[in-house]
Design a protein around this ligand. Structure first.
Ligand code: FES
Length: 164
């Protein structure tokens, strides 16, 4: 008869490794949010931005509101000299309500979900369980800021661009 045994130390060690693996998979935005490229679009110029004064635009199509904001501190995926300019979909990932920017966070007035623009749009309060789709940006030599891709799915869609 085959008998298997496992020491307590092996069991605990294996559980810790498995837990760490599952945690990294669950919370890795890169794993759950593929980056999808779309037509490049100019949004603003660096010289026109002021800290915490968002610029609204639409991306990747005209029905997708988005927000560009200069945070005044480095952010994940940030562009510009201070790596502090980021952009996100402006639709809450819970039920699609429009978001406001307030004091270095995106806030949903419907059920008060909050998202951190310095950390890939991570949700940290409220009903929303998905992070905000982040819009990948680039800057040319003249300081023009462009949207180039969306990391994640815009709320309410099965694809990011609506069929015409
Ligand atoms: S729609 Fe934003 S929290 Fe519910």
């Amino acid at each position: 008869m085959l008998q298997t045994t496992m020491s307590r130390r092996t069991f605990v060690g294996g559980s810790v490794v498995l837990g760490a693996l599952l945690t990294s998979v669950r919370f890795s935005k890169a794993f759950v949010a593929p980056s999808l490229s779309y037509k490049r679009k100019r949004i603003a110029n660096i010289r026109d931005l002021k800290n915490h004064k968002p610029v609204m635009f639409n991306y990747p199509d005209k029905d997708s509101p988005a927000m560009l904001v200069k945070l005044g501190r480095p952010a994940i995926g940030g562009v510009g000299p201070g790596k502090d300019i980021v952009a996100f979909s402006a639709l809450c990932t819970h039920q699609g309500c429009p978001l406001n920017y307030s004091k270095v966070r995106f806030v949903c007035k419907c059920h008060y979900s909050m998202f951190d623009p310095a950390k890939n749009g991570q949700t940290y309060q409220g009903h929303a369980s998905e992070w905000l789709p982040q819009i990948r940006l680039s800057v040319d030599s003249r300081g023009n800021i462009y949207a180039e891709a969306v990391e994640g799915l815009v709320w309410g869609r099965v694809i990011n661009i609506l069929p015409k």
